[in-house]
Design a protein around this ligand. Structure first.
Ligand SMILES: *[C@@H]1O[C@H](CO)[C@@H](O)[C@H](O)[C@H]1NC(C)=O
Ligand SMILES: *[C@@H]1O[C@H](CO)[C@@H](O)[C@H](O)[C@H]1NC(C)=O
Ligand SMILES: *[C@@H]1O[C@H](CO)[C@@H](O)[C@H](O)[C@H]1NC(C)=O
Ligand SMILES: CC(=O)N[C@H]1CO[C@H](CO)[C@@H](O)[C@@H]1O
Length: 692
């Protein structure tokens, strides 16, 4: 037996150990964070060594801001590509941050549409986002001739002090092409080192640009010494106002423009010219806060070890081609964030109560009400999942408005990318495609498009990335994303495995015009569907050719063998002879491919995975009294492919079939609620049937 005293001492030691462990857990971040860290300790992981707070031993660091203080960040962002860049920047910010953030985004319409949707669906706690219209600011800076590749947007940082809320005293301004390698609170903490007079915190140039000796007759704008880089700026807004910033930069710019033709580096030239004249305004920041990787840089002198880096600035449109001793490290670092799963950044900030993102509370409640014992739990959870959505992931030219124009709408995942080129050849018109991808797959997709001359030449294909989450394929949510982004008055609701007749796009537009389908008339034009079981076959160029192939047995009506009721109401026998469009009636399980006005009913998101997802939509069209009109010359052909994972599950799992039946019944209850007795006829469509 141990003496009582020693027992007590042991107990105390155990308690202390426990407290220590709890402390480590709490201050090491929440469990999600712990997972990140665990991954980040791997030697080859470029994110390794950046989560901690090891401060360079020789320089005393200012204290971090209180953990619940909101840090304000301003970014100017215009266009599709910048919106992708900003996303990567924001991921790196969120990865290391421990404070609430307020992002002030100055955007053009394109970037605003993308980022509004992205943040709305991302639902990151403790992140507030405000938008400012760049177009309204253009007149304030457009008078400055500028040769920088960022165009007029490159100058907008100059007017930030005038447009940000008047009660905002300090802000960190970032270029879209920076990546954080540390907690932004450490950067914010540097405000504490400003003297009373200092208002602009910037890192010195790391190139020889402003020395003016890069080439013969190189005449840069005036700068203090090597000048400063404006990729990362600490702006003390309230003091800038007092210092008369608005007049200051305008006067300086006007004066310099008397002798200089244009700015080469946009806002940076003007910031430097002001600083040259008023050196007291500037607070030089440690260079690790803006490690610049353009050509001719001295970035390597800035740090001795990669782990000292705080912010990497790509500083060039050719970012990933930079030549640098550590280029490999930088590239991997950047790629890690490109491919990092943004869903993991939805974690709560520990110990910092903040209002939940819009919709998050209702979502939590709905999820909490789900019964985990319910065999259909997976379905219901998937249906409630809010997926992060990045619309128009790649540059896209909206179609010029035409009253009869049609957009092809479809959805796909990685395994169907190879369909895109063929689809391009068959459909010259606009397309709106939703892709279900992980962050890493989104990068593969980008490379796929870049490598394809056919795809990169197309301006009228809009790709919307919906990020993967959950075990089931949210087919109808994807369709709704693609449908919502279609910009023409009509949409052709297709599937990615189908290739339309070469002439279909022109034929549909002509038909819509001839039939005088005003937007008030509810019509669904049926495009008869066929299938081939051959991987190689010569695509029919006319209805006559198609009928020949049908008679020869190398084509069939779609799913003739497995699910004839899906398309039987199209009445293929009549279609053979038809010269003019003809009406058909809805029947149970009918799921034709249709062309409808863009404002047609949305797909029902409760149908996830395989089964009934389109049938339910056609029921909805019929319930809303859309006429079904079959077009005599239209056709589309399904190409063979391996069955999808969800289809295999459907075939093998009785739970899956059981849940589908339960969902159908709930769907019908909703129909009855909406349409009353008129919905009775859909009951037949609910009877369980065997599927092949
Ligand atoms: C912190 O950084 C100093 C200097 O770079 C280094 O000597 C020391 O080993 C680091 N400490 C830890 C715990 O990483
Ligand atoms: C935008 O990014 C795509 C994909 O990387 C690239 O092919 C295209 O040239 C870029 N466009 C512009 C205007 O930078
Ligand atoms: C600044 O004003 C806005 C309203 O214009 C308000 O929502 C915000 O809380 C204020 N911020 C601070 C730091 O007072
Ligand atoms: C980081 C960096 O390269 N800074 C340089 C800026 O220019 C001065 C001379 O004007 C150099 O002394 C710095 O090393």
């Amino acid at each position: 037996m141990l003496p009582r005293g020693r027992l007590r001492a042991l107990g105390a030691a155990a308690l202390l150990l426990l407290l220590l462990l709890v402390g480590l857990f709490l201050f090491g971040g929440d469990p999600e964070d712990g997972r990140l860290r665990a991954a980040a300790t791997l030697e080859e992981d470029p994110l390794a060594g950046h989560g901690g707070h090891n401060r360079s031993s020789c320089v005393p660091q200012p204290p971090l801001p209180p953990k619940c203080e909101i840090l304000h960040v301003a970014i100017v962002c215009a266009g599709h590509n910048s919106s992708r860049e900003v996303t990567t920047l924001v991921k790196s910010l969120l990865f290391y941050r421990k404070n609430p953030l307020h992002l002030h985004l100055v955007t053009d319409t394109v970037a605003r549409n993308i980022l509004e949707m992205l943040f709305h669906t991302w639902m990151v706690p403790a992140v507030q986002v405000s938008f400012y219209a760049a177009d309204l600011l253009k007149p304030q800076v457009a008078w400055i001739p500028n040769k920088h590749y960022s165009g007029v947007y490159g100058l907008m940082k100059l007017v930030l002090p005038a447009i940000l809320p008047a009660n905002l005293t300090r802000v960190i301004v970032l270029d879209t092409d920076v990546t954080f390698a540390s907690d932004i609170a450490e950067l914010w903490a540097l405000f504490a080192e400003f003297s009373d007079e200092q208002v602009i915190g910037v890192v010195e140039n790391q190139s020889d640009w402003y020395l003016g000796n890069l080439w013969k007759n190189h005449r840069p704008w005036p700068a203090l010494g090597r000048g400063f880089n404006t990729g990362v700026i600490l702006l003390w807004l309230s003091r800038l106002q007092q210092a008369g910033w608005e007049q200051l930069w305008r006067l300086t710019a006007r004066r310099e423009l008397v002798t200089l033709p244009a700015t080469s580096l946009a806002d940076q030239d003007i910031f430097n010219a002001v600083i040259k004249e008023h050196p007291g305004l500037v607070r030089p920041l440690p260079c690790v806060w803006n490690v610049q990787l353009s050509e001719h840089t001295l970035a390597e002198h800035c740090y001795s070890e990669a782990s000292d880096l705080k912010v990497i600035h790509w500083n060039s449109p050719k970012k990933l081609q930079v030549k640098n001793k550590h280029a490999g490290f930088f590239r991997n670092f950047h790629l890690s964030f490109l491919e990092y799963d943004g869903n993991l950044l939805r974690r709560e900030l520990f110990g910092c109560p903040s209002p939940p993102p819009p919709g998050a509370e209702q979502l939590q409640q709905a999820l909490a009400q789900l019964d985990e014992e319910d065999p259909c739990f997976e379905f219901r959870q998937q249906q409630l999942t809010v997926h992060r959505v990045h619309i128009t992931f790649l540059p896209h030219e909206p179609p010029t408005p035409q009253t009869h124009d049609v957009t092809l709408v479809a959805q796909l995942s990685m395994d169907r990318l190879q369909m895109l080129e063929a689809l391009c050849r068959h459909w010259p018109g606009p397309m709106s495609l939703a892709l279900y991808l992980t962050d890493a797959e989104a990068q593969q997709f980008l490379r796929f498009v870049e490598a394809s001359p056919v795809l990169s030449a197309r301006q009228n294909m809009a790709y919307h990335v919906m990020y993967r989450e959950g075990p089931l394929y949210p087919v109808n949510q994807l369709r709704n994303v693609a449908l919502a982004q279609a910009l023409t008055p009509y949409v052709f609701l297709s599937d990615i495995d189908f290739l339309p007749a070469y002439s279909l796009y022109d034929y549909l537009r002509a038909s819509i015009e001839q039939l005088e389908l005003g937007s008030a008339r509810k019509v669904a034009l049926v495009v008869p569907a066929f299938e081939t079981l051959h991987y190689r076959f010569s695509f029919p160029t006319s209805k006559a050719e198609l009928l020949g192939l049908l008679d020869a047995g190398s084509l069939h009506t779609f799913r003739y063998h497995e699910w004839p009721q899906g398309h039987a109401p199209t009445d293929y026998a009549r279609w053979r002879e038809a010269q003019v469009p003809y009406h058909v009636q809805w029947a149970a399980d009918y799921e034709p491919y249709v062309v409808v006005p863009r404002d047609c009913p949305r797909y029902d998101p409760r149908f996830v995975g395989f089964g009934w997802n389109k049938v339910a939509h056609i029921v909805e069209l019929d319930a809303q009294e859309y006429e079904l009109l079959v077009l005599p010359e239209a056709f589309t052909i399904h190409l063979p492919h391996a069955p999808s994972l969800d289809l295999s599950r459907f075939r093998s799992s009785s739970t899956y079939r059981h849940c589908l039946q339960a969902l159908k019944e709930e769907f019908h209850q909703d129909l009855s609620r909406h349409y009353g007795a008129a919905a009775l006829k859909y009951l037949t469509a609910l009877q369980p049937r065997s599927l092949a």
